[in-house]
Design a protein around this ligand. Structure first.
Ligand SMILES: C[S@@+](CC[C@H](N)C(=O)[O-])C[C@H]1O[C@@H](n2cnc3c(N)ncnc32)[C@H](O)[C@@H]1O
Length: 429
């Protein structure tokens, strides 16, 4: 073997010692092998731990950094950067110190670039590709699911734009709710940074959810947000489409996959239970998302509300007296029967405690002044969805009624209540 034709590569490459001397193991055929020139001969490739290296003599199985960059359509600078930050370290180097990419490195580059194309940040990608429990096939399946979801979202957005163009051509103005509906998850990229200020675990509701999870050991949390209701004594995997929400998950929170409920990138029955808290009303297709939960898990627990029973809308003074526009958000919303049917389960009422810690829309039913606080409203999507005009009018009117005593007069019965039935439901299957 002459130095000119030799490579030294890392332990674990597809070449290794067999018997006396170093012989190549059979090499899998890689599509790029036919299309590229080999690493220029004369480059002896050295591994960082030379003692543990194998000397091999088939240079065709490695790409130079220029070749890898050219094939992938990225700059050499980008590959150098990936190497420097430890995202993609080529497993071999030439004597001259040049990077050489093995088949395994190329596979990893493919994963990095695919996650990048989906909008993941480099740090998130590092977490994903370094996960020892995810092999190449699992990455491919996950990427496929995410890309299909992205394709569907793009198609839905084009349809919505076409509709709006048609409406405008006819002189019709669409409502804020209609304009935002198609964006669903993107809404949280806009409003999500305000979320952690007032949204946190309400222990009494958490206890109901965790109880309903039964003895599930592995739990998928769909529409996980910052993870407020994730149980700490089980193995949780989170799914969250909004990058802003994912970025706000606390250090040490369960691993989070960027995906949407309607297309979960998991095998059938791969979790003991799937849970979804205060999220189903944001999904583009709630029934499809619930069916997905049913597909990937043996048990399903969903905290949502009954949009059909308009009685509760009338009972809640906020929607009845100040924000009737809320009813528009429920148009076309699937019935509770449709939702429970999608998971094949039952619905149980969840009463809202008067001092509810999680600042969701109904949480402050006995503390009306809270709705005057901009922070409280910004952490609840309803206020964005109804539009600024309706919001400002509702807040102005509530402020006046609180200072005139009109609110207290109208709602004097509430003071005696510790909990309220405001249409919140736990679906369990
Ligand atoms: C009100 S937050 C609830 C977050 C969390 N479950 C909690 O209880 O704090 C709603 C979440 O649903 C997410 N979401 C929106 N559309 C989704 C979809 N199609 N699939 C999964 N999650 C979605 C949003 O990005 C947001 O993080």
């Amino acid at each position: 073997m002459t130095p000119q034709s030799s490579l030294i590569s890392l332990e674990g490459s597809q070449w290794g010692a067999t018997g006396v001397g170093l012989q190549p193991r059979p090499v899998a055929h890689h599509p790029w092998r036919d299309r590229i020139a080999a690493v220029p001969s004369g480059h002896l490739v050295l591994a960082p731990h030379v003692a543990a290296c194998h000397i091999v003599d088939v240079v065709e199985d490695h790409l130079t950094v220029g070749q890898a960059a050219g094939l992938a359509g990225v700059t050499v600078r980008a590959l150098h950067h990936y190497d420097e930050i430890g995202l993609l370290r080529p497993s071999t180097r030439t004597v001259a110190g040049h990077r050489a990419y093995s088949a395994g490195d190329v596979e990893r580059l493919r994963e990095v670039l695919a996650y990048r194309r989906l909008g993941f940040g480099l740090r998130e990608i590092a977490d994903l590709v370094n996960d020892p429990t995810t092999d190449a096939v699992a990455h491919l399946r996950r990427l496929r699911g995410l890309l299909l979801d992205q394709r569907d979202r793009a198609a839905a957005t084009v349809t919505a734009i076409d509709r709006e163009l048609e409406a405008r051509a006819m002189g019709v103005r669409t409502t804020p709710a209609e304009q935002l509906k198609v964006f669903g998850a993107q809404l949280y990229d806009t409003i999500g940074s305000a979320y952690p200020t007032t949204r946190r675990t309400e222990p009494r509701i958490a206890a109901r959810i965790w109880d309903a999870l039964g003895d599930a050991r592995t739990v998928l949390n769909v529409g996980a947000g910052t993870g407020s209701y994730e149980p700490h004594d089980r193995e949780v995997t989170a799914v969250e489409p909004s990058g802003v929400m994912r970025a706000q998950r606390p250090v040490g929170a369960a691993p989070c996959v960027a995906a949407a409920a309607e297309s979960l990138p998991f095998e059938d029955q791969s979790f003991d239970a799937a849970m979804a808290v205060s999220t189903v009303h944001h999904w583009r297709d709630p029934v499809a998302g619930l069916r997905e939960m049913r597909r990937v898990a043996r048990r399903v627990v969903v905290f949502t509300y009954d949009a059909e029973d308009t009685g509760w809308g009338q009972r809640f003074w906020l929607t009845r007296d100040y924000l009737p526009e809320f009813a528009e958000l429920l148009v076309n919303w699937p019935s509770l029967a449709d939702l429970t049917h999608a998971i094949g389960g039952r619905a149980e009422p969840v009463l809202v405690p008067w001092d509810c810690v999680d600042g969701f829309f109904e949480a402050h039913w006995r503390r009306p002044a809270a709705y005057l606080d901009e922070h409280v409203r910004r952490a609840v999507s309803v206020w964005t969805r109804v539009g600024a005009q309706a919001e400002q009018r509702a807040v102005r009117s509530l402020r006046e009624d609180l200072s005139s005593g009109r609110w207290a007069e109208r709602n004097r019965d509430l003071v005696a209540l510790d909990t309220a039935e405001l249409g919140l439901r736990l679906l369990v299957a």
